[in-house]
Design a protein around this ligand. Structure first.
Ligand SMILES: Cc1cc2nc3c(=O)[nH]c(=O)nc-3n(C[C@H](O)[C@H](O)[C@H](O)COP(=O)(O)O)c2cc1C
Length: 356
């Protein structure tokens, strides 16, 4: 049982989108429209996370205001790079760096300040803390719940769902392979699930009856959200549909690519961890040669990607987006939330009529 999910005005979760899109203004707009918005703690310093939580709290009405959540990367999500493969990739990207006139970043290993972020959220609790990239340590789950937060865990398969259920989360976020951005898979290797959302929902729902499920991946229209609800989800977590919202911190190049119809692909080229992005030149040229290694490769390509965003050069940016990105619309986030809910309601009613 998730009291937060039970209390939602509309069953829509604004997906955490680390790296810029999920601003306090976007999160507050989704929560204000009856859904629940999520900040992405990923890549941020602990101080920046604290500041964003404070700003979002203010924008959502203070202590008694509408709920919002924060998403944290688990430390288990890191993937050690093979030194030789990493060195070869550094050499391979030298030409990219020279062309852009930037120096490549220094690959390094860290846990994205996991302990500091959990402490910040224990000291200043939010309604929900969600995790991706694997199981959070049990101790972190217990401290966050003791502080009054719900804990949701992202899974992509029945096996991951069973392992997560052992931590007694308030909800599981079931992510299909259609999803934009990094996959939530526990192990980013050949064993990773490739299940699409509807299949994953059926399998996880059957394996763990009674656990509230939040569906995510490729849900860019209300009709698709309706399908996920009918398939057993308690709510839909929507990312790409908010990328063009005026409150989102999406870069200009990414906005243009999102609106365009280019296909998406899974790649490790930008970060060393598998993620779905819109196909561009960097993705095409480097996906085959990119080694697993997260966050090493993320740090390696950071200056290139920053240069691409600053100079509006989409060919070297990680254009994270879900498979149905061209259906995203440029509207205020509250309007997107209300429109998706109304479309879902209409689609479900219309589909029910087929079964007289
Ligand atoms: C730009 C972008 C950034 C993302 N960052 C995160 C993140 O920080 N944490 C997370 O759990 N999921 C992240 N995701 C995945 C979303 O939570 C969600 O699963 C995905 O957006 C669903 O697919 P859709 O984009 O087709 O709606 C990100 C997705 C996108 C598009």
């Amino acid at each position: 049982m998730s009291a937060v999910l039970e209390g939602l005005g509309v069953p829509i979760v604004g997906a955490p989108m680390a790296g810029g899109p999920s601003t306090p203004a976007l999160v507050a707009a989704v929560s204000g429209a009856g859904g629940i918005g999520f900040l992405g703690a990923g890549y941020k310093s602990v101080e920046a996370l604290r500041a964003d939580v404070a700003e979002t709290r203010e924008r959502t009405g203070g202590g008694d205001g509408v709920p919002f959540g924060v998403n944290v990367f688990t430390p288990g999500g890191a993937v050690r790079a093979d030194p030789e493969a990493l060195a070869a990739y550094v050499a391979r990207l030298a030409g990219e760096a020279a062309e852009a006139g930037v120096e490549l970043g220094t690959p390094r290993h860290d846990d994205d300040a996991f302990d500091g972020k959990v402490l910040a959220l224990v000291e200043d609790p939010v309604a929900v803390v969600s995790f991706t990239f694997g199981l959070p340590p049990r101790e972190a789950v217990e401290r966050l719940r003791a502080a009054g937060s719900e804990v949701w865990i992202t899974v992509t398969s029945p096996n991951e769902a069973r392992a997560a259920a052992a931590l007694k989360p308030d909800a599981l976020i079931v992510q299909g392979v259609e999803a934009g951005g990094h996959r939530g898979v526990f192990a980013d290797d050949d064993t990773a699930s490739e299940l699409t959302l509807l299949v994953a929902l059926q399998l996880v729902g059957t394996a763990l009856p009674g656990v509230p499920l939040v569906a995510t991946g490729g849900l860019t229209t209300g009709a698709a959200i309706g399908a996920a609800l009918v398939a057993g989800a308690r709510a839909a977590q929507v990312g790409t549909a908010y990328l063009l919202a005026e409150e989102a911190g999406t870069s200009k190049a990414q906005r243009e690519a999102t609106a365009d119809g280019a296909p998406t692909r899974l790649t490790r080229a930008f970060s060393g961890r598998t993620a779905r992005g819109i196909v561009n030149r960097f993705l095409t040229d480097h996906t085959a040669g990119a080694p697993p290694g997260y966050p090493e490769v993320h740090y390696l390509t950071t200056p290139l990607r920053a240069h691409g965003r600053a100079t509006d050069h989409p060919d070297i940016i990680n254009l994270w987006a879900g498979q149905a990105h061209q259906l995203a619309r440029e509207e205020p986030a509250a309007e997107i939330t209300r429109r998706l809910a109304a479309e879902a309601r209409a689609a479900i009613a219309s589909a029910a009529g087929l079964l007289r």
